[in-house]
Design a protein around this ligand. Sequence first.
Ligand code: CDP
Ligand code: CDP
Length: 226
Amino acid sequence: MSKRISIAIDGPAAAGKSTVAKRVAENLEYVYIDTGAMYRALTLKAILRGADMDDPALIMDILDDTAIELLPGSEGQLVLLDGQEVTAEIRTAEVTNKVSYVAIHEEVRKEMVKRQQELAAKGGVVMDGRDIGTHVLPDAEVKVFLLASVDERAQRRHAENLQKGFPSDLEQLKQEIAQRDKIDSERKVSPLKKADDAVEIDTTSLSIQQVVDTIMKLATERIGLN
Ligand code: CDP
Ligand code: CDP
């Protein structure tokens, strides 16, 4: 049997990471791990507790007492927070606008990286996030960094919101995405950054399938080598 490799997919908000990661995982019959969902679940719990996001000790206390599970579901990945399904709740605007302030804390990242490495220990994973190729899976056989212009990414989220029947303001989305990219890229601990050995793909004018095909080609080349 061929070796089950690890595939790291990083990039800024709404670059298409989770959409393509899910499809690549399905094609290879690998496990898909959405690390952003883990930071979002912790943020949701901190909001419900009325916690100050800028207090690392408090956020760490909450994390130490928190179980986050990612389970495959028939319509995508299910996210469980302390045993309760929160798949939709972690995508609200409030969580989205606060998550980067939770993800900035060094201790929080250390614990999250540990949990993510445990989930990926057996290989056969496609993991997406911001620091997968640089910190979580530095030895991943395939590393990809997805990019797209802010306008294109805001447009994609806008279309997605409208399709789901959610209220959506394109200009506001643009500002929120740019602000989150700035916090994620400028933080001291494991900022959003392309790993030196990652393949950069500018997806601005690519379809989802074209991005999936490019990653599948990289993956099958590596699997063939093992
Ligand atoms: O899907 P989207 O790109 O909007 O975001 P996400 O992947 O769900 O990640 C939400 C936030 O979690 C990011 O903006 C980062 O602040 C943080 N995050 C992180 O710091 N490191 C990761 N590996 C994944 C997410
Ligand atoms: O996970 P991330 O935040 O990077 O992005 P996503 O949630 O996978 O993708 C954001 C939206 O862009 C989704 O509605 C995708 O269907 C769409 N998309 C696209 O239109 N073209 C691509 N090449 C990739 C994603």
